[in-house]
Design a protein around this ligand. Sequence first.
Ligand SMILES: O=C1O[C@H]([C@@H](O)CO)C(O)=C1O
Length: 553
Amino acid sequence: ANKTRHFKWEVEYMHFAPDCVEGVVMGINGQFPGPTIRARAGDTIHVELTNKLPTEGVVIHWHGIRQIGTPWADGTASISQCAINPGETFVYRFQVDKAGTYFYHGHYGMQRSAGLYGSLIVEVGEREKEPFQYDGEFNLLLSDWWHKSSHEQEVDLSSNPMRWIGEPQTLLINGRGQYNCSLAAHFSNSSGSQCKLRGSEQCAPKILHVLPNKTYRLRIASSTALASLNLAIGNHKMVVVEADGNYLEPFSVSNMDIYSGESYSVLFTTNQEPSKNYWISISVRGREPKTPQALTILNYIPTSASKLPNLPPPVAPLWDDYGSSRSFSSKILALKGSPKPPKKHDRRIILLNTQNLIDGYTKWAINNVSLVLPATPYLGSIRYGLNNAFDHKHPPENFRPDYDVSKPAPNQNSTYGSGVYMLNFNTTVDVILQNANALKANVSEIHPWHLHGHDFWVLGYGEGRFMEKDEMKFNMKNPPLRNTAVIFPYGWTALRFVADNPGVWAFHCHIEPHLHMGMGVVFAEGVHHVKKIPNEALGCGLTGKMLMNNVHN
Ligand SMILES: O=C1O[C@H]([C@@H](O)CO)C(O)=C1O
């Protein structure tokens, strides 16, 4: 039988030392990361969220949950709801319809960077079975951490000239990392010192205790604000079986890339020498690494957990070895029997990603429009026909045919916009994400794009500018279903989804500072089918005024 799982949460700032340096984190019920939600497919999650932040609003997005029939519970400020004010309580009530590894996080300003995140794990329904077997499981929620507050980061990003937030000080595994020391200092020839941890500190790594000759499931999700990651387990192969809540055709790797917004399950077998322990390492990929590897230990019971591995930690592929990144991505294919994409698209939207300047402010723009979120959340304004709530100019479907994606833009200026891509209900939409050169010559960055309210099929990746003939190479046989997909430097990525979920949905770069600088678009479909939106989601902007007028009339 399906259950409703009740949670009462309070979001508040608290002192914490995620990387052994005390700072302030945004925690939930005194915990950082927030509490793990565990449920079964078909269950209803009921979170009564009270904002205990003294002076700022908050929302929580349930990343990977499609919110079918509950678009107001998607937790995106200015899109699905008004931010919850200090002292107020908002109820998130939604169904988790599909088993998988998910997480939740703040979706307002830079609150994810402030530490507002946690795991959401959906097990298969009572009478269902996973298509693989294992003896035990662990959960790794990965994130990155700065010593500057998220408020200072926001001011820095919004300044003229922009001050970039820089690379994170520390990578965190389950909210724990070590700043300025390494568990494996004895293997490095740099001056790094050996961490002195007794195990009771907030930053002490969570060790994975395993029995020999068993198979374990590792659930992994990346909530990083910026970093692209690579995970490896010393001496152990991993079999990748799930991505973003969808089963994959299993494949074996010795290390794997994980971009912000992605989740995976891998299986590994404890078939190594049991008198030793092994490293689990998280390293930076895709940006010049200035952040040391994060480490924890795979401990073979009954070997002492404090015995450090006698080999150096795994070495990740070089940060700019995109060949290795592409090769990993190309192995991700849907498990046989998974839903297949419709053969034809009804509409194809091509989205050029550029870094721009608007009056000297550094921004990211999509087809030359940098997203600014309106004061009235779109879901309410579209549902109730409040036409002045956002730009009614349709955002562009494409970009200039003579644009050279391999060079800095000849005209680096762009415009602000809050327009919406209105999708016809139940139609098939292709999105081609087109990467380009950033402001500086010879720079093009990785961007993991995340879609709310849907999974999409990843039909293919290519280099250079997308051409109509590239669709001949789309994988129509077993493309993976996902909610996040990366664009590689100077490349394109082709996605297909069916606009079958009434609501308004963000589609954006999951690098939090990039979204903050405008790197996203908004899709809306079937909004007239949306049932009564709770008033608590509407109490701001023009919908707030509408509610007040209704009371008075
Ligand atoms: O948005 C960004 O800005 C910086 C750099 O381009 C300018 O400082 C960077 O690395 C980003 O990803």
